[in-house]
Design a binder for this molecule. Structure first.
Ligand code: HEM
Length: 501
């Protein structure tokens, strides 16, 4: 009886202890934490939950922009995390000793992904050395014929749709072209997507894996919960993830069994192996799987964003079309060598990536236990795992960095000698735009991405006039982001060249 009588008091005591713990924690975070002098919303300073909610909701890019507009260039977005929209690229991502390490909670922590270059720790340099030759300008030029095969297939399919008077989902078309290109570069054969401009089962599975990886990141803040959740993944979803990876493994094995001197990615990686660089078979599979995601969705997303802005900015579309059509006498002149000489095309690519960066969130890094200075602000030693990042979308849309930041204006990237140069953009902080990141872990596929984007866009505008279709969602830009944008269909009317006045 006496024991039962004391139950309410034990419950009150337990609740009080929990409340006291959280209250003390909140007070510490607000007034005594090493980051307490940095501005930001109070709920974010107290707890990581608001930040995790953005992750799940998929509104991180837009929310972080709003916070920077309200609180300034450096914002405390979580108790242990600062977001910078200053020129802090080198401080956070650059070559330094010790390097700021990756924040693992940003990535999908499957055992397979952990073996790939993107998550490798001390042996990152070894993996990078082995992959790099496949991405050199020289190696890519050898693949020009293969790249143009898929732009040629794109043109053929668009012609068919034009004759049928049907609108085309260009987001899907860009995905089909980039996936077939990377698959051919990697496995020695395409996925067959460009034949019908439709996704295969494997690709649909891959998209499920990407979405799951993005949406489940918040759980990684709580390792026990994450482990529990991974144990509870429904069987059919786990099978989808496993079968997507197994498909990559099968394709790598098939390519390795080919007796060919083909200078594709696996060929070059293996050649390097003979020269002493090492990569285990498991690492090879993991990197092939990574490249199929990192090298496709990103390029297709950048092209989709640029296409949306072009279709909604007729004068820019006209100028770009004119530049492409006047620069060349025939389609054969449109090459990897000739395209970089088109300044307006280059300016449009930069502006497209500024307005709609494929990687929109900040990629977090963790400061070392020795402390770090970021944009002149010292993060003290042992300030328990402070995370820092530059959020691409927020940094590119903030008036502190770009004049009229929400205006799509490729002119801002032109040299002052260009007839379309506009001095109102002279104060733009152009070096803030780093869609491929910087430093030792920047994008290895940067050169390939530029070549692909130039070839695809130039072929589209050389062959066709394009208009936004009435079937396209007017709020296309209003998208959520789970590591990559959850893109909506981008419906476009394909018209015969010269039909739009
Ligand atoms: C417009 C297109 C692209 C954009 C915007 C982009 C962006 C990025 C960014 C921001 C990173 C840094 C990620 C991090 O710090 O965790 C990265 C890394 C990487 N990207 Fe890309 N990327 C693009 C295209 C490609 C292509 C075409 C490939 C290859 C086929 C590729 C392969 C990779 C790889 C392997 C890494 C990891 C590099 C390392 O950790 O050393 N990307 N990319």
């Amino acid at each position: 009886m006496a024991l039962l009588d004391s139950v309410p008091s034990i419950a009150i005591l337990a609740i009080s202890a929990v409340v006291l713990y959280f209250a003390t924690h909140a007070i510490y975070n607000l007034y005594f934490h090493p980051l307490c002098q940095h501005p930001g919303p109070i709920p974010n300073a107290i707890s990581p939950f608001p930040r995790l909610y953005w992750n799940i909701e998929g509104r991180e890019p837009q929310t972080v922009l709003k916070l920077h507009l309200k609180y300034g260039n450096i914002v405390r977005v979580a108790p242990n995390e600062l977001s910078f929209i200053t020129q802090a690229w080198k401080d956070i991502y650059g070559f330094k000793r010790p390097e700021l390490s990756k924040d693992w909670t940003m990535y999908a922590l499957s055992e397979n992904t952990k073996r790939s270059i993107i998550l490798s720790g001390a042996d990152h340099g070894r993996q990078r050395k082995m992959l790099a030759p496949a991405f050199s300008e020289r190696a890519l030029k050898l693949q020009q014929g293969m790249l143009t095969t898929y732009t040629g297939m794109m043109v053929e399919k668009l012609e068919e749709r034009m004759k049928e008077n049907k609108s085309v989902d260009m987001a899907k078309v860009f995905n089909c072209v980039t996936f077939d290109t990377i698959a051919d570069l990697m496995f020695g054969e395409p996925l067959g997507l460009c034949e019908n401009m439709e996704y295969s089962d494997w690709l649909s599975q891959l998209f499920v894996s990407i979405w799951l990886a993005g949406a489940s990141r918040a759980l990684q803040y709580f390792p026990l919960l994450f482990r529990l959740a991974t144990m509870m993944i429904p069987k059919h979803i786990q099978e989808t993830i496993d079968s997507s990876y197994q498909n990559t493994v099968d394709k790598v094995n098939k390519r390795l069994a080919m007796k060919t001197e083909r200078p594709d990615m696996l060929g070059l990686m293996l050649k390097h192996k003979e020269e002493g660089a090492e990569m285990t078979m498991d690492e090879l599979y993991a990197n092939a799987d990574l490249l199929m995601i990192a090298g496709t969705e990103t390029t297709a997303t950048s092209l989709s964003g640029l296409t949306w802005y072009l279709l909604n900015n007729k004068p820019v579309l006209e100028r770009l079309t004119k530049e492409v059509r006047e620069a060349f006498n025939s389609i054969d002149d449109i090459t990897m060598d000739s395209l970089p000489r088109l300044p307006y095309l280059s300016a449009c690519l930069e502006e497209g990536m500024r307005m709609f960066p494929a990687v929109a969130e900040g990629i977090r890094r963790v400061t070392p236990s020795t402390g770090a200075t970021i944009s002149g602000h010292f993060i003290p030693p042992n300030a328990s795992l402070v995370k820092v990042s530059i959020p691409h979308y927020a940094a590119y849309h903030h008036p502190t960095n770009f004049h009229s930041p929400t205006t799509f204006a490729p002119e801002r990237w032109l040299l002052s000698s260009h007839p379309l140069y506009n001095p109102i953009f002279a104060s733009d902080k152009k070096e803030i735009l780093q869609p491929f990141s910087v430093g030792p872990r920047n994008c290895i596929g940067l050169t390939l991405a530029y070549h692909e984007m130039r070839l695809i866009m130039a072929n589209l505008l050389w062959h066709f006039d394009v208009e936004l279709s009435g079937e396209c969602d007017e709020g296309w830009l209003d998208q959520s982001s789970h590591l990559v944008w959850d893109k909506k269909p981008l419906m476009v009317k394909i018209l015969a060249r010269g039909s739009v006045a």
